[in-house]
Design a protein around this ligand. Structure first.
Ligand code: ADP
Ligand code: MG
Length: 238
């Protein structure tokens, strides 16, 4: 499960038509990257899918169900926040298990799910540490762990690596791709970084002023960009 369909999705903030109209099909298990310059509407589109913003018009369907008016928690999605969103006074174990604790799951069941997530993320040896005792990459993995335990039908990432240095960004790119290979869960990943888009995506969605310029695989966009904006952004030599 994890197919997401956007039909004529619109978002206005006052007079500003930030998302004029977007149609998009995301298949179950796809790794989709929303790429575009700052202000192109990437975060807004992700927040609309997550249910953190109300639509001005259109509809959103997840796994065949219209969720346009559904609360964020009812959508079965997990938004991965940047590492600074961890609770500093809680151990890694408690940080990862927090969503399950909030959902009043039994402690034994929580421990089992937390340990499984820690295993996938190579955090098993760090479960009793606090965020301040972790590297930046480990903190980011804890933030991802907190999403994994909820077993979402899709993960939504909004520039999760933008606070990390270049070397760590490279490592985390590989780790997130590896996670996708292991879990095979739909992922939507927002970035303004062309390299992230080209190396991680099954499908790239190029946004410009709230409009989709082109959708395609990295190779399709690279070899047959539809216009100069896509060509310039994806970095084709033409
Ligand atoms: P991106 O994530 O691609 O940088 P955003 O989705 O954050 O772009 O923003 C797209 C446009 O929408 C920007 O012009 C931004 O100023 C505007 N915008 C975003 N959120 C709001 C808001 N809550 N109120 C008014 N304008 C907003
Ligand atoms: Mg943004």
């Amino acid at each position: 499960m994890g197919s997401i369909t956007l039909k004529n999705v619109q978002k206005h903030f006052g007079e500003a038509k930030v998302i004029p109209s977007v149609d998009l099909e995301i298949k179950d298990g796809e790794f989709v990257v929303f790429v575009g310059p700052s202000g192109s509407g990437k975060s807004t589109l992700l927040r609309l899918i997550a249910g953190l913003e109300d639509l001005t018009g259109g509809s959103i369907i997840i796994d065949g169900k219209d969720v346009t008016d559904a609360a964020p928690a009812a959508r079965g999605l997990a938004m991965v926040f940047q590492s600074y969103a961890l609770y500093p006074h809680m151990t890694v174990r408690k940080n990862i298990g927090f969503p399950l604790k909030m959902a009043k799951m039994e402690q034994a069941a929580i421990d089992k799910k937390v340990e499984a997530a820690a295993n996938v993320l190579n955090l098993t040896d760090y479960l009793e540490r606090r965020p301040s005792q972790l590297s930046g990459g480990q903190r980011q993995r804890v933030a991802i762990g907190r999403a994994i335990v909820r077993e979402p039908s899709a993960f939504l990432f909004d520039e999760p690596l933008s606070n990390l240095d270049a070397a760590l960004r490279g490592t985390m790119r590989l780790e997130i791709s590896d996670l996708h290979n292991q879990l095979k869960t739909t992922m939507i990943y927002v970035t303004h970084d062309q390299i992230e888009a080209m190396t991680m995506a099954d499908k790239i969605v190029v946004l410009n002023r709230g409009n989709i310029e082109q959708v395609g695989s990295p190779m399709e966009l690279y070899l047959t960009p539809r216009n100069l904006f896509v060509a310039g952004f994806i970095g084709s030599p033409r």
